[in-house]
Structures are given as C-alpha cells and as structure tokens.
Design a binder for this molecule. Structure first.
Ligand SMILES: [Zn+2]
Length: 324
C-alpha cells in the first residue's frame, strides 16, 4: 500500500502534523510511523529509523531539515531545551520533548486545556486549504486570545490533537470575560508579543544576553539585590516573583499559575515550594531559567517591546513587531 503524506501547513504544530499523517494512513499509534516508513530511510541517515527519532523522520518526509522542522513547527524555542533547535546532532525524543508545549505551572487550568484554536483562523484555513489544523502560535503558554484576530481561543484537553487532527467542528472551553480582558494588560501583551517573536525568529534569539540585561535592570530597580551571608558568601535576593504577583491580573494568574490567585489576598510565601515560584526564583541565575519565565520577567521589568527586542534579538533591526 502506498504511504500517504502531506507537508506541514504554515505554522502547523508538529504534533498535529504527525497525528494527521497517522490518520491518513490508518496508523493508530504514532510510534509505528517509523516501521511503516522504513523503506523511505535515506542512505545518509545518521540515526536509527525508530520512534525515538520520529520528528527526524517527519522532517525527512517533509523535505525539511530537522533544524527547520523544529524551528518552524514546534514550541522548542520557548522550552528548556531551546538550544537544541539548531543542534546538528540527532535529537532524541526520549530525552528532549520535541512535541510538548511548555507551561508556567503543570497543575494549572491552562495546563489541562493546553490545546487551543481560533475560530476565525479556522474559517480562513478552511477557505485556503479546504481543511483546518492546530496552529503552533495559538499554543503559546499564557495566551488566551488569537494573536492575529484578538478573539478568545477555544481550549481543549491535550488528546484532542490526536482525535481531531482536522479540528473542523469541535467546540472547546471558552475563557471568561475577566481572563480575556487580562490579555490586554500591558505586561501580558508585551510578554505575548515577545514570545510570538521568539517563535517566529528562533535563530536571532539571545536568551543569555537578555537574561544578563534582565538581572542588571532588576538590580537597578531594587527588585534583585546582591547580599552577603555571614560566611562571607554572596548571593542574589530575587523579588521578581513578587513584582508579578502584585501587578499581573488575578484572572490570568489563576488560569496560568494557580487558582490560589483567585483569592485576592493570596501571595506565595518567599520560601514557597510551588513549581512556578521555584522557576521564578531561578531567574537569579543566568542559564538557570526557562525561556517563558525570562520573557515574562522581561515584559514586567521593561516598559517597551522595542527595548526588549533590542536586547533579546540580534540583529534586532530584522524583527517585525506583531500587528495589533
Ligand atoms: Zn485567529
């Protein structure tokens, strides 16, 4: 039987591209894709043709390099292993989550309903491609409205990308008004803009340099302070978390961090062990924090998207700001 294949659509999420191809070929478990395409393994292939390298296989079948496939169809530029996007060595899915999307907190509502769709984009896709699909840019963590249409995104549990790789007529959970409004808060808008620009320009992103500048800015503002222990050892006292807890809309924090924030009197204790609090605390070490936390902190401590772009991208002149 001939194996059916179609290349990924513009900004199509790698995960739903994979599920779409599996559905077209009646492959029920995506791990079996490698077996079904064994005869297409190229001679120059430098890794085994197994499920551990599924995205390599998908990129080969798409006529793309694995680097371009990771850069244009995954959320890897926003994840812990962002530096592997352009890796020349084979990237194993058993050690690097190529198909996942990052979240601010694994036990948040956002993390349960992490697959999102814009109904306006869906209508446009139906006209342009005679089908619909899951866009990568809609899955940015902390985003509840479409970056293009500014309309609320419908939200689904993760496995919908498997059951509906062509999500033409499914209805998801719609955010309430307070959460939609929160997406227009200046810090949240700046965060969403720079996260979107990071996905669109992964080659130009300089996380270490931006993190360095973030810490100097935090020091200037008195948000981070250099302290000395009685042993003579110095350390950094970091209050970036407090800045976010005090300034970001509660509805947004409740969705993406924890429902605890629905209580207006709630502030995590300085030594709190919540995952998001620990991750924010790691911002005091350059190289120790996840991209989405660096981006959120940049959005909170700098006042303009242009200023952030000038330290986050090189060359910044090549960056086209999102249209609003
Ligand atoms: Zn849209």
């Amino acid at each position: 039987m001939t194996f059916l294949f179609s290349k990924p659509l513009p900004d199509e999420l790698a995960k739903s591209h994979l599920y779409r191809i599996c559905a077209m070929n009646n492959i029920r478990v995506s791990r079996l894709l490698a077996k079904e395409t064994k005869n297409q393994c190229p001679k120059h292939c430098n890794h085994p043709w197994t499920w551990i390298y599924t995205h390599h296989i998908m990129s080969y079948l798409s006529d793309m390099t694995p680097q371009a496939y990771r850069a244009h169809h995954t959320q890897m530029p926003l994840m812990n292993k962002w530096y592997k996007v352009y890796s020349l060595d084979a990237v194993k899915e058993s050690t690097t989550c190529v198909y996942d999307y990052p979240q601010f907190h694994h036990h948040s509502i956002a993390s349960t309903y992490d697959s999102k769709i814009c109904s306006d984009c869906r209508t446009e896709d139906l006209r342009a491609f005679s089908m619909t699909y899951w866009h990568r840019e809609h899955q940015i963590p902390g985003l509840d409205i479409c970056p293009k249409h500014q309309t609320p995104l419908a939200k689904f549990e993760d496995d919908y990308t498997y059951y509906a790789p062509n999500p033409v007529d499914i209805e998801g959970r719609i955010s309430d008004k307070a959460l939609v409004m929160a997406n227009f808060h200046p810090v949240i808008m700046r965060y969403q803009d720079i996260a979107l620009l990071t996905l669109r320009n992964p080659k130009l992103v300089r996380f270490e340099q931006a993190h360095d500048e973030l810490l100097s800015r935090a020091m200037d503002l008195g948000v981070c302070r250099s302290q000395t222990r009685h042993t003579g050892q110095s350390y950094i006292e970091n209050h970036i978390g407090q800045v976010l807890y005090e300034n970001l809309p509660r509805a947004w924090m409740a969705e993406h961090f924890s429902t605890d924030f629905l209580n207006t009197a709630f502030y995590p204790h300085e030594m709190a062990s919540e995952e998001y609090h620990t991750k924010l605390d790691r911002l005091k070490y350059v190289g120790g924090a996840e991209p989405i936390f660096i981006l959120l902190a940049l959005a909170a401590l700098f006042e303009s998207t242009n200023d952030i772009c000038s330290i986050l991208f090189e060359p910044a002149a090549d960056i086209a700001l999102p249209q609003r």
